[in-house]
Design a binder for this molecule. Structure first.
Ligand code: FAD
Length: 312
């Protein structure tokens, strides 16, 4: 396949030394009331700033939390993916949105709350917030987006960029699958948007793997990568199609299960060998002779041009 042309994007119109102050216009919870997790959808009004019209789906903005860390230094920048489409939240170019999970941890009986995520989740409409960005130049839809098909894999807030990308696509011209993984059914994000879309558009599939609740036919747990094994025929055809691009976003480590399953299913064209040994390894994987280990994978191959990944 010829190189996939990505759009030219604006980068770092604002940085840590010269951030831009914008206002929160909406902050709503998107996990169900009974969920042990809290994820919120935040919308910022960026009117009159250079962010207006210049942050596209797949890019992120940086958030500067007021105050200092335990060393007396300003809090470091944290990145948050845009959840809005490139034309802006609800088609309004002055609005951009993101999806934030409150990070909370208890270690040896002591509670640690993440700095930026809790700051963001506490903000009220009308509150100011300092942003930088945009950032990100590869995790984007191609320039000729409707010439490709899409398989989007998300865990948790990793769904944010796909919400925007799916709204950017013309589903009458192309097809897309969103494979979403989370622990509990109460944590399926934006199901109120994706479920009706999947019902109304034959070209869109929404697959869910609820790891602590769903069981597969053999009784094993469902994860985002097992959705590939259990995929309906239409999605299997999509994975095999030469013009399909795979995007992965969410928890670090999620990519390996997807890569392994793709290789097991014979889709080695998503990977590029690093050297001659890599070519040989891919051949022996195809013939079933090689055991697919993460170590060998890292030694011999890398994601090819049809794979896009943003994990954190
Ligand atoms: P931090 O303060 O950085 O803490 C991190 C974790 O450590 C927390 O769980 C906290 O409870 C724990 N902790 C804090 N102090 C201690 C301590 N002393 N000892 C032990 N544990 C401690 N996140 C999203 O929610 N949505 C997004 O769309 C999103 N997009 C991203 C895009 C990119 C490209 C990248 C790189 C990251 C993205 N992230 C996103 C992650 C985000 O940037 C933050 O890393 C995340 O929100 C946690 O930041 P925090 O400041 O809240 O937590």
């Amino acid at each position: 396949m010829a190189d996939i042309a990505l759009p030219e994007v604006k980068l770092n119109l604002y940085n840590v030394k010269s951030p831009i102050q914008v206002k929160v216009v909406e902050n709503r919870i998107v996990t169900k009331e009974s969920s042990p997790n809290i994820v919120r959808h935040l919308v910022f009004d960026v009117s009159g700033t250079q962010l207006e019209g210049n942050v596209i789906a797949g890019q992120s903005v940086g958030v500067l939390t007021p105050g200092e860390d335990q060393n007396g230094k300003p809090h470091k920048l944290r990145l948050y993916s845009m959840a809005s489409p490139s034309r802006g939240e609800g088609g309004q170019s002055h609005l951009i949105s993101t999806t934030v999970k409150r990070t909370i941890e208890e270690i040896d009986g002591k509670l640690y709350t993440g700095v930026a995520s809790n700051y963001l989740c506490d903000l009220q409409p009308g509150d100011p917030v300092l942003l930088t960005g945009p950032s990100g130049r590869r995790f984007l839809l191609p320039e000729d987006a409707n010439a490709y098909q899409y398989l989007f894999f998300a865990t948790g807030t990793g769904v944010a960029p796909f919400r925007g990308m799916i709204q950017d696509l013309d589903l009458s011209k192309t097809s897309a699958t969103l494979a979403f993984g989370c622990a509990y059914r109460t944590d399926v994000l934006y199901a109120d948007e994706f479920d009706p879309l999947a019902r109304d558009q034959a070209s869109f599939h929404f697959l869910k793997a609820i790891s602590r609740e769903d069981r597969r036919a053999d009784g094993s747990k469902a994860y985002v990568h097992t959705l590939l094994e259990d995929a309906p025929e239409a999605v299997r055809k999509q994975v095999a199609a030469k013009n399909t691009l795979i995007y992965i976003c969410g928890l670090k480590g999620m990519e390996w299960g997807i890569y392994k399953t793709l290789l097991q299913q014979g889709h080695s064209s998503y990977f590029d060998p690093k050297n001659d040994e890599g070519v040989a390894w891919l051949k022996s994987v195809a013939s079933g002779a090689a055991k697919i280990t993460e170590e060998d994978f890292k030694t011999y191959v890398k994601p090819g041009p049809r794979l896009f990944e943003e994990v954190y």
